[in-house]
Design a protein around this ligand. Sequence first.
Ligand code: NAP
Length: 549
Amino acid sequence: MTEDAGALYDAIIIGTGFAGVYGLHRMREAGFRVIAVEAGDDVGGCWYWNRYPGLRCDVDSLEYAYAFSQELQDEWRWSERYAPQSEIHAYIKFAADRLELRPHIRFNTRIASALYDDVAQVWSLTSEAGDSFRARYIVMATGCLSIPNKPKIKGIENFEGRLVHSMQWPDEKLVLSDKNVAVIGTGSTGVQMIPLLAQEARHLTVVQRTPAFCVPARNQPWNDARIEYWRQNYRDLRTMARNTRAGVLHEYGMLPAAAVRPEDRIADLERRWVKGGPNVLYGFNDLLVNEETNKLVADFLRGKIAQAVNDPEIAKKLMPYEYPVGTKRVCVGTDYYETYNRDNVSLIDLRSEKLQQIEKDGIRTDDGFYPVDVLILATGYDAMTGALLAIDISTSAGKSLRNEWGRGPETYMGLGIAGFPNMFVVTGPGSPSVFSNMVLSVEHDMDWITECLTFLKERDWPTFEADPAAQAAWMDHVDDVARQTLVNKAASWYRGANVDGKPQKFMPYVGGVNTYQARCREVAESGYEGFLVGGRALQDGRERELADG
Ligand code: NAP
């Protein structure tokens, strides 16, 4: 019998990516009896599972790092502006070791079900292998992008070559030098791997359903002065980042495009383009609310595609027209467009070349046959809800998350779900999550949850649950804010549009990290307005005795 079999933990965290590792540390420091369970055999979350060639982050490494510990900050040195996967994974492992967390993590434990007993007020988790765990509270740190999307493409089951999803890259090196390789998908993942695969493969065929806007990373090693500047000013810089809408220190333009002289608009876009990274998207403050501004920036980016690609026909195929720029995630790449100038690269643009089917040894379209030995699915994820719904989450009172979310996810502040007491979600739908610097957001959420747990423990563990009315109002607000922007004009994974049969609903909160975190603070300071504590609302910050009716 394992030590977990009879134990009742204060909290169990599911997942040990950036969120779970920090949450485990934070809750242990706060005195809770807490463990984490992890499907993989190491920490790292998406940085553990994803290992495809070219993977690196597209947020500056100095910002895509924990803020809570001066020691971690001082003892780690990021090598490059956009750190590669191996380095980010090493950093999370370093944090877990430095904070001595491994004894409190149950690895190789994929949770299959979570059942809340409304009478005993205890959650029971059961793993796929049949291990069970019990806790008063569970914290879903399962990640927004952790369940691969494997679309049912006609004939794919007949393919006899090697089929790989980007998230399930094999441990052994894939030797591609004598292979015809095809990649389906041109999102951030495809854009990162395509230039490297093209260098290695005998021939690379790219299958594009919707072109991406891609900006140049201009990745480079950090110099000592930059690192030192961050060391000296770390706290202030992180506070500044928290007060921005993306949680990242982009150079935010403060004016709408119309308020800038036309010649200055282009000059500023050029300057930002040369600087590299997503900065080119932040020149005007109305990119996502004004169609004209959006077109100005989109035209600028399409012009860059025309300059980079030698064949005008191919350049045209690579240009996105069907959605406003920024409403699908803009990719940050290196030599992405230039790769299409290579002799060993072909582009199948599904807008102009209809896919007939995948065959045992290649791809057949209306225009011809493309031989393929290795087929790579860079087709993304069942984002934001996939990992939560992969677990059968239910209560003895008869609620099932799969039923409750049948028409799309509903949360209060992304943190709680009505009907599911004592369960917290980290960067859930309805929070800025994937529209923010994820590391900054997971730290915020784990801090908020830990403070909430302290509040509850001091009151002898009353139940804690989102009020259905507050949840409905928050969801209306999330929708309203999204509707004031252009984000619903794209068939994006933010809306669930990439997964067959998934309800279409814009999931992240686009009101900004700054606004969201201020609202979370108000909620906590008011005595958790919008949450039911011990079954009732604690009003106006004046906590009533829980026992008195
Ligand atoms: P993605 O953005 O969802 O892109 C998937 C691609 O596959 C899209 O081009 C999509 O086309 C295509 N696709 C999906 N189903 C298809 C089908 N049935 N037939 C043909 N094409 C199909 O996924 P991703 O590239 O893995 O990126 C997901 C997110 O992960 C990113 O947006 C980003 O947030 C994160 N990410 C970050 C980094 C980084 O930090 N640098 C790297 C990788 C990923 P449609 O556009 O038409 O749906």
